[in-house]
Design a protein around this ligand. Structure first.
Ligand SMILES: CC(=O)[C@@H](O)[C@H](O)COP(=O)(O)O
Ligand SMILES: NCC(=O)COP(=O)(O)O
Length: 245
């Protein structure tokens, strides 16, 4: 008898809707409106990264998302007291602890959980006690998964950025690391998620890793939405202009 595969959840990251909004300093496009549209289109959850420098998502976006969403919010945050306070105030469904460097263009690597167990312990504990599902955004590496076990994190999100950038046999090797890490996490009772840099072209092999329960995808989807939506935006502008004549 064939088994129905478990539903692979899709978390849509709406950060870069806010990037476009912030380019003009106004309110359009609204990342909360995008989040509601994503949920309507079948997203199982919404991911938003409140960076310390607030370059895209801002504090008020988190408050509005918490009030408006009917699907779970996964708040990505640095392991700082400021972010912990915000997470405890809003109590999102999940908080994913990510490494952050102010000068980086994007989240360039995974969290070194193994190297900062003592600093992470109180943050993971406080979030867990508040009922927030803690995830650690890590490289697909056994030492990092062991650290997640020591910290008692129920979830790890495996960073797929390296996989997304590599090609050929190097990509195949990185995919093996992702599959091994997902299997190791699941065997030890940790739910593996994955994300970063995923696209239509590279998502398949990651989605096929059976233990992975959730993928978080943002930048590509927001970029691709231009091609799905630009034509209708232009047609509507043409219509409004013609109506005025
Ligand atoms: C942690 C992570 O991967 C996401 O937050 C994603 O990268 C979008 O945010 P940035 O582009 O600001 O890194
Ligand atoms: N944690 C990864 C994420 O939320 C989305 O990353 P990306 O698709 O924007 O690179």
């Amino acid at each position: 008898m064939s088994r129905t595969p478990a539903h692979l959840r899709l978390g849509v990251n709406i950060d870069h809707v806010a990037t476009i909004r912030n380019a003009r300093g106004g309110t359009h496009p609204d990342p909360v409106k995008a989040a509601l549209l994503a949920a309507k289109a079948g997203a199982d959850g919404i991911t938003a990264h409140l960076r310390e420098d607030r370059r895209h998502i801002r504090d008020e976006d988190i408050a509005t998302l918490m009030a408006a969403l009917t699907v779970p919010l996964n708040l990505e945050m640095a392991a700082t007291q400021e972010m912990l306070g915000i997470a405890l105030r809003h109590r999102p469904h999940a908080a994913c602890i990510v490494p952050e460097k102010r000068e980086e263009r994007t989240t360039e690597g995974g969290l070194d959980a193994a190297g900062q167990i003592d600093a992470l312990h109180p943050i993971v504990d406080a979030l867990g006690k508040a009922g927030v599902r803690v995830s650690l955004f890590i490289e697909p590496d056994a030492a990092q998964i062991e650290a997640a076990m020591r910290l008692g994190a129920p979830v790890v999100e495996l960073h797929t950025g390296r996989y997304a950038h590599l090609e050929g046999s190097e990509r195949a090797e990185e995919l093996r690391r992702l599959a091994d890490a997902a299997a190791l996490a699941a065997k030890n009772g940790i739910e593996p998620h994955a994300g970063h840099g995923l696209t239509f072209d590279n998502v398949g092999p990651v989605a096929a890793i059976p233990q992975i329960a959730e993928l978080n995808i943002g930048h590509f989807l927001i970029g691709e939405a231009i091609f799905g939506g630009l034509e209708s935006s232009i047609r509507e502008m043409r219509r409004q202009m013609d109506l005025a004549r």
